[in-house]
Ligand binder design. Sequence first.
Ligand SMILES: C[S@@+](CC[C@H](N)C(=O)[O-])C[C@H]1O[C@@H](n2cnc3c(N)ncnc32)[C@H](O)[C@@H]1O
Length: 284
Amino acid sequence: MDRGDEPHRPLLKKPKGRDLELEAGSRAHFEDAAYYSQTYADRVEDVAFYVQLARKVPRVLEYGIGNGRIAIPLARHGVRVTGIDLSRTMLADLRARLRAEPPEVRARVAAKAGDMRRVKLQERFPLVLCTFNTALHLYEREDVEAWLARVREHLAPGGELVFDISMPILEDLTRDPRRAYRTPPFRHPTAGRVSYAEHFDYDRLRQILFVSMIFEPVKGRGNVDNQSFMTPLAHRQFFPREMEALLHYNGFAVESVHGDFSGGPLSPTSDVMVFRARTRRGVR
Ligand SMILES: C[S@@+](CC[C@H](N)C(=O)[O-])C[C@H]1O[C@@H](n2cnc3c(N)ncnc32)[C@H](O)[C@@H]1O
């Protein structure tokens, strides 16, 4: 190719050093555990699904255990959960929530701060979970490869990897980043009454959706601090066949992909993909 034809920004060029935008996008949303819990309080189908699945095995490894939204119900059903999470804030909240549980439930949960691409435990599990979009914080192929290598190291022979990630929603990916998508004001557990807006900015080359969540305290409603603030969230967008290929070329056979937590088929309108996979024969 003539050098003059080279694309301005090569597709596979990666930022050098730490990418602060991605670091913020994988951490900031998990810095306020009270807000996290309030926001996802109604998300219950995934909890029921993972409980049904995990109660068949004595113990599981959960990547992205967070503050135990799924792990605590698992432990209440007798499952021993080992969890890994990057966020010390979420893990502190998990410990606080466990203090309110009976001692036998508390004893079933062991959580460790760390990165799912790196942590090595000297233990194997019949079931490895990576729950609620945690895998969307694996931004580059190398991140996925490192994570799947850790999964292989932690799976017992015949064991299963189960994870759920959002299906890319084309409307979200084509939104004008300058446009604010507003919801009615609500009571934020730490900031008081706020108005709320989201901006969506999709990076088509890196396949990363940057969401900016903007909170503006509503004045005159007893708010102690009237500062507005923005929380960034960065989610890698994995298309169904892309994830299937990543699993395949990292030694896994996909056994099923469902489009909801009730075993429904993946369809063009599904907003979630639930992957179930095992290591391929002969792969360690
Ligand atoms: C959406 S939350 C899910 C938490 C919990 N499983 C739930 O369902 O509520 C995603 C979690 O992944 C964690 N996380 C993000 N990147 C990670 C990484 N590289 N290694 C370990 N945990 C990570 C975040 O700190 C966060 O707690």
